[in-house]
Design a protein around this ligand. Sequence first.
Ligand SMILES: [Zn+2]
Length: 315
Amino acid sequence: MRHSLSVVILLLFASTSEAQTARRSVALTFDDLPKAIDSGNVIETRHTTSEILAALKRHRAPAIGFVNERQLHVPGEMDARVAVLQQWVQAGFVLGNHTFSHPDLQTTPLSQYEDDVIHGEVITRRLMRNAGPYQLYFRHPFTHTGPTREVRTAFEEFLKTRGYKIAPFTIENSDYIFNKLYLDARKANDRPLLRRIRVAYLDHNDAVFGFIEGLSREMFGREIIQILLIHANDINADCMDEILKRMEARGYAFTTLDRALEDKAYETRDDFVGRMGPSWLHRWTVSLGLKMKLDQEPDPPKWVMEMFQKSLAPR
Ligand SMILES: [Zn+2]
């Protein structure tokens, strides 16, 4: 009896000390609010939001959500859709600008793109008005930061004059690929496939975290505060609790984007210009004179990629 009691006490100590000494830190950022791949049914959008926010609250994880205000302009649903965004603000989270209509800076004339940014902050700024002073953040759609150095510099100047900081990211987990398959499987009511996709998604998330942690140690001799880019979508609504648990199991504590950007690593110059929108860790290799290892980043499993390609093919 005494023996088992001491084991319990030991276990208790072990678990509290682990919680107190998180070795790693990550900021969570959600794109395409109110919802990525919106079914058009605002009740579902509200449900997705509630699930994500409930999981964040359970894990005391702060977050920032990047809004596409075009999604709010649905006839007869505008109030209900604005109320969904209001849920984020009420939960104490920050809303950022992800443009009005999600254009691609790679293919959109700069003046038109800048208009879209201005158009994209009207409701969000109003919702945040009573939330106290906060840093304005901008996240580029597709994380495309400009087709040329000139466009990039001009746009960054525009952002600065409007008070925006760019929201970088270091980790993304291809959630939009898994989400597409997840929605298809749900429509087909294929429960075994839903489970399989979910497990593959969680495992892939671990794989990209492992890769980025290693890259971070290689580049900076330590693990920097990471910034995760995911979407406000169905698979994350269903998996958020598990995703956060897995991060905690890796030793992560959750922090704000403001705090993450205080990490000196984010002062590294980003000289990347290109067609892709990779992790800032990959971008920094340009100014640090290192070899880019984008091709070594883990892909989702082959069956997932094949199923995704097939799902996009015209029928
Ligand atoms: Zn987006």
